[in-house]
Design a protein around this ligand. Structure first.
Ligand code: ADP
Length: 635
């Protein structure tokens, strides 16, 4: 009896998208199914190395059969197959189902057509479902060595699928596609032509390491009469089976690498950059590494699995070997094939394997070299990279107590007040003004916001450039770096030393004169501030809040978000501009109505907090006081 099951919601919607897809590249369905078949054989082979239950085999193959009468294409493999649970989990659900980000993207895709939609869904690895771009019905018959029974899965791309037992006896999977009916716009018949299948295999799946075979009929001359011909059908292997990474670098074009990347990692976009390398020496390995153009939607979530595919002497070992990539390079995709690893190595032993550690550190160096040369030779491309993955580089500096900071610091680039493009720390330092001693930065969400800040006034006047920190991690990174080229990093929202000696004397003098007023303001504010002082950094703004030595406001925000309340606080210094009209107003109030001064002081502090994007202690109180002052002013 066939059982009818519902697809998970996301799968339903995805199916819909596939069915209604007007994507011009429908032909990629074949590469997706072949690549699944090849993965399944990889898995069988790997498991058979250590599991007595699985017969050792050397007859791996992928077989394609077309039937013009029934209008079907069948793709068979003798790989690992699927158990009942696996069919439901793998074909009835998409891997990323349940992820809200996925649902969001799916929604976006549904509004779109063709290529845009595919670009979006392409980020989610939807291989199997692509069959529905050409098929109206898909039948999967499969048997796993871990199940006594074989199963048939039937889907017509609607909300439900059927699943029932079937009589398949050998391990592996047969997938039959019933092609869609031809319409005026679309003709699917070409996929039933042997030459077309040959062409597609050559185009997309040539490197697959298992033979992709098909019965091919040729006209051959008769033996006795060469003028006559007869049909002969032979089993042909369509692919060359040489893994791309085993070829010489000179034989592999960028185009080949791009194609390989897209097929292997189910990507729809070319990579931003690729590294193809053969390493020989104390350790030997071949590697193909890719930096994607875009970060996958879940790169920073826990579900994301970093790692490189690992092969040993051309034999697949595992899909995501996480020990091959440090955390901060988690966005890199690719594979490593080494002859120095034992074939029978188990995943547990792998972690401690010394060869593997050496490969990992060599891979890391290759990636950093590539990034460095990209930065030096194609800064636009590097900017594109940094925009997408810069946070990871920053994390790399910070991670493990700054162990890698010297290797990574020159890969850091920032936006700054004086530049429209990213600049490196080196550039910043080389452009520092003669009297400038420190590297200045400001925490702001973007340049426009940074430029509005009162603390910026004095620096602008001096023409100093200021780096814009807009990632949470930025200040933690400079904290770890502590300096660059012997120049310390300084937040312009902290205590900075910009004045000349004369200016300092001047402000000291005024402060002494206005001591009573300043003390009164401090008293009015109590513990809400640590210090109230006159400012020499302000020009048109009346007031600003800056942090003292140690923790900055930005760090305080990040830490309090992480620790839910018990985070340490930054030291708060309220700086008042003695040349501003408001200061004179304060003096007046102080001289005439000492009570009223506390209202002024508290509104002043709240203004400063607002400009720093910091929460007010009591917004209701602030509004009340401001209202009072407005009414009074209008009287
Ligand atoms: P992906 O290959 O990106 O994981 P697919 O939708 O192509 O996504 O396939 C989903 C899952 O179904 C695969 O991960 C695999 O576990 C299983 N699967 C697909 N095709 C086969 C096959 N020919 N043999 C065994 N398992 C398969």
């Amino acid at each position: 009896m066939a059982e009818t099951k519902e697809f998970k919601t996301e799968s339903k919607r995805l199916l819909n998208l596939m069915i209604n897809s007007i994507y011009t590249n429908k032909e990629i369905f074949l590469r997706e199914l072949i690549s699944n078949a090849s993965d399944a054989i990889d898995k069988y082979h790997y498991l058979s190395l250590n599991d007595e239950k699985l017969t050792k085999r050397n007859d791996y193959r992928i077989f394609i059969e077309v039937n013009k009468e029934n209008r079907t294409i069948k793709i068979s493999d003798n790989g690992i197959g699927m158990t009942y649970e696996e069919i439901n989990n793998n074909l009835g659900t998409i891997a990323s189902s349940g992820s809200s980000e996925f649902l969001k993207k799916l929604k976006e895709a549904e509004g779109k057509e063709g290529k845009d939609a595919i670009d979006i869904i392409g980020q989610f690895g939807v291989g199997f479902y692509s069959a529905f771009m050409v098929a109206k019905k898909v039948v999967v018959e499969t048997k796993s060595p871990y199940s006594d029974k074989a199963y048939r899965f039937i889907s017509e791309g609607e909300d439900t699928y059927e699943i029932e037992e079937c009589s398949k006896t050998s391990d592996g999977t047969d997938i039959t596609l019933y092609l869609r009916d031809n319409t005026e716009e679309e003709n699917y018949d070409e996929f039933l032509e042997v030459y077309k299948i040959e062409e597609l295999v050559k185009k997309y799946s040539d490197y697959i390491r298992y033979p992709i075979q098909m019965m091919v009929t040729h006209q051959v001359p008769d033996k006795d009469d060469e003028k006559k011909t007869h049909e002969e059908t032979t089993l042909e292997t369509l692919n060359s089976m040489i893994p791309l990474w085993k070829k010489n670098k000179s034989e592999v074009s960028q185009e080949d690498l791009n194609k390989f990347y897209k097929e292997k990692f189910h990507e729809f976009d070319d990579p931003l950059t690729s590294i193809f390398t053969h390493v020989e020496g104390l350790i030997s390995y071949d590697a193909m590494l890719f930096i994607p153009k875009k970060a996958p939607y879940n790169l920073y979530s826990e579900q994301y699995e970093k790692g490189l595919q690992l092969y040993s002497k051309g034999v697949f070992i595992m899909d995501k070997c996480k020990d091959l990539l440090p955390d901060y390079l988690r966005f890199v995709k690719g594979l490593v094939d080494s002859s120095d690893l034992s074939l029978n190595i188990s995943r547990e032993i792998l972690q401690q394997d010394r060869q593997l550690k050496k490969i990992a550190s060599s891979v890391e160096k290759k990636i950093l070299n590539e990034l460095t040369s990209m930065k030096e030779n194609d800064f636009n491309k590097y900017s594109e990279f940094f925009k997408e993955f810069g946070v990871n580089i920053k994390y790399g500096v910070y991670d493990e107590f700054g162990r890698r900071k010297d290797d990574l610091k020159d890969l850091l680039v920032y936006h700054s007040i004086n530049h429209d493009e990213y600049i490196s720390l080196k550039t910043y330092v080389s452009e520092m003004k003669e009297d400038q001693k420190e590297i200045y930065y400001v925490s702001a969400k973007d340049k426009a916001a940074a430029e509005m800040m009162p603390q910026m006034e004095a620096l602008k006047k001096k023409g100093y450039d200021v780096l814009i920190f807009s990632d949470d991690i930025d200040e933690f990174v400079t904290d770890i770096l502590s300096e660059y080229d012997n120049k310390k990093f300084k937040s312009i929202q902290g205590n900075i030393d910009l004045q000349s000696d004369d200016e300092k004397k001047e402000i000291e003098k005024t402060s002494e004169e206005k001591k009573d007023l300043l003390t009164a303001i401090k008293d009015a504010l109590g513990n809400d501030v640590d210090e109230v002082k006159l400012s020499s950094r302000l020009d048109s703004s009346p007031v600003c809040l800056v942090s003292g030595e140690g923790l900055s406001f930005e760090m305080e925000k990040v830490m309090s978000a992480l620790s839910q309340g018990n985070a340490p606080k930054a030291k708060r210094i309220l700086e008042i501009n003695p040349n501003h009209e408001l200061f004179h107003a304060l003096e007046n109030v102080y001289n005439t109505d000492k009570e009223e001064l506390s209202t002024y002081a508290s509104v002043l502090l709240d203004e400063a907090l607002l400009m720093e994007n910091m929460p007010l202690k009591d917004p209701y109180e602030f509004t009340k006081k401001l209202t009072q002052l407005m009414i009074k002013a209008a009287k």
